[in-house]
Design a protein around this ligand. Structure first.
Ligand code: GLC
Length: 473
């Protein structure tokens, strides 16, 4: 434990400015939206349910993932609470959006979507050039973005970089995500009771923009022409793709332009790192397509344990059952190892309560120590975000109280025992934070503990983006 406390203190005392100065530009895409945060507790649900004039049908299974009625809303919410799962559904009518606004109280309005959150965060810590793929130029949305983020603007035939603050257009398409943050507890939906065992969030999106993974032609073309000025691209938003509401298009048709873009970027700039943030992807067909079409073309992925379960369910059903029964460090390692066996080129970063694991092809000792440092920084920024809700500058991490997770440390010790036995080695992995074989290198750290987190949404995005950023400079 002491060794990790010292490692954290060392990282905090380092001046990040010269490191950050070395970054070239960072591209960030593709999902940006407005998040309206709503807190739900058993009392809130009680009040809203008691206003309903009829008995809500929670039995009948829904074939579609679209929320078309208030009944559907309660049905999906019930399922999410039951599993403590981070689900996300779409609404397509203004009526339900208005019903939500009338019946729940919005406690916060913030930038949402992996791309929006990450672009704002990287700007706050002084990364110089952030080019964001902003799907629509909507005024309310742009107000929530750091005003010096760059977007591509189009005047006639001419494409140029503009700071968000200088964009004068306004497109009014709905782009709101209602984020219902729920806590553990006993929720009653009339005569149906559900015991929720895990705090999480349930999202209802009124968003026909990100559901088609919109990339403006201007961004598309500009990024290709200028890709040599960028060293890192952080991409996400594929989880929102919803062919059901865009009936003329298949999943393939929607995600292919992004896949082609990655290939073009790589061809013109082989040094660029493309990191893909997975995010909660409900639709199994979509997950299959992402595995076949996107994973071969990116360099790095970030995911949490739930997302790992969702993807491993398709890649390796036996490991899925093992993991589902027990989310131990050994099983989580086995899960990411299955992904890396299928996609050996990938850097895989799994973040879990108490510790992070990154698995990649074998790397040098120098890169191991850089990677370890990048994970420590990610944990510090995550702890600060969980505690204060928002990062205002890179100096914020100076406030973090260094309490290393003992639960995380225990899990790393268990994983150490497994690795040593399985690979016939003697390694002090848990203390040193790395383990290497001829086919992979695993780098891990125990995280900082935050006792009562005030913010959960966007934590994963913070962890993944900070770590991949510092891993690359
Ligand atoms: C998902 C949601 C978005 C939220 C983000 C946070 O992408 O669609 O509303 O801000 O997750 O991680």
């Amino acid at each position: 434990m002491k060794i990790w406390t010292e490692a954290y203190l060392d990282v905090i005392s380092e001046d990040l400015e010269p490191i950050l100065k070395r970054t070239k530009g960072v591209l960030v895409g593709f999902n940006v939206n407005i998040d309206k945060i709503i807190e739900i507790t058993p009392e809130v649900i009680n009040t809203v349910i008691s206003k309903q004039k009829y008995q809500i049908n929670l039995q009948e299974k829904r074939a579609s993932k679209i929320v078309r009625s208030i009944e559907d809303f309660f049905y999906f919410l019930f399922q999410s609470l039951k599993e403590g799962r981070a689900d996300e559904y779409l609404i397509v009518s203004n009526q339900i959006s208005m019903w939500i606004e009338r019946n729940f109280s919005v406690k916060d309005v913030k930038i949402g979507g992996q791309a929006g959150i990450i672009a704002n965060l990287l700007k706050k810590i002084n990364v110089n050039q952030i080019l964001l793929s902003l799907p629509i130029f909507n005024k309310e949305l742009m107000k929530l973005l750091d005003s010096s983020i760059l977007v591509v603007s189009e005047t006639g035939e001419r494409l140029s970089l503009e700071e968000v603050r200088n964009i004068d257009e306004h497109e009014s398409n709905p782009i709101i995500h209602y984020v219902f943050e729920f806590t553990e507890g006993r929720y009653s939906f009339g005569d149906k009771i559900v015991e929720c065992k895990r705090s999480n969030r349930f999202i209802i999106s009124f968003d026909l923009v990100n559901s088609i993974l919109k990339i403006r032609d201007s961004f598309y073309n500009f990024s290709i022409d200028n890709i040599r000025n960028f060293s890192l691209a952080i991409v996400s938003g594929f989880h929102l793709v919803h062919p059901e509401v865009h009936s003329q298009k298949t999943i393939d048709m929607i995600i292919k332009p992004a896949r082609d873009l990655f290939q073009k970027w790589k061809k013109l700039n082989p040094d660029i790192t493309i990191h893909f943030e997975i995010a909660a992807t409900n639709d199994k067909d979509l997950r299959k397509k992402i595995i076949d079409t996107i994973l071969p073309f990116v360099d790095s992925i970030g995911l949490n344990e739930q997302e790992l379960l969702d993807f491993i369910e398709i890649i390796d059903p036996t490991t899925y059952l093992l993991l589902k029964g027990n989310l131990s460090s050994v099983n989580l390692f086995k899960g990411i190892r299955k992904i890396s066996s299928k996609f050996p080129h990938l850097r895989i970063h799994l973040h879990y309560l108490g510790y992070y694991l990154t698995l990649s092809p074998p790397i040098s000792k120098e890169l191991v120590s850089r990677r370890k440092k990048s994970l420590l920084l990610a944990s510090l920024f995550a702890a600060e975000t969980a505690d204060k809700k928002v990062i205002t500058s890179k100096e914020d991490i100076l406030n973090v109280q260094i309490l290393v997770s003992s639960k995380g440390m225990n899990e790393l010790h268990k994983l150490e025992a497994y690795l040593n036995e399985e690979y016939n080695k003697i390694s002090i992995f848990a203390e040193e934070g790395w383990f290497t074989t001829p086919s992979f290198t695993l780098v891990s750290i125990p995280t900082i503990m935050v006792n009562s987190p005030k913010q959960l949404v966007g934590l994963g995005d913070t962890i993944s983006s900070i770590s991949v950023l510092f891993d690359n400079i």
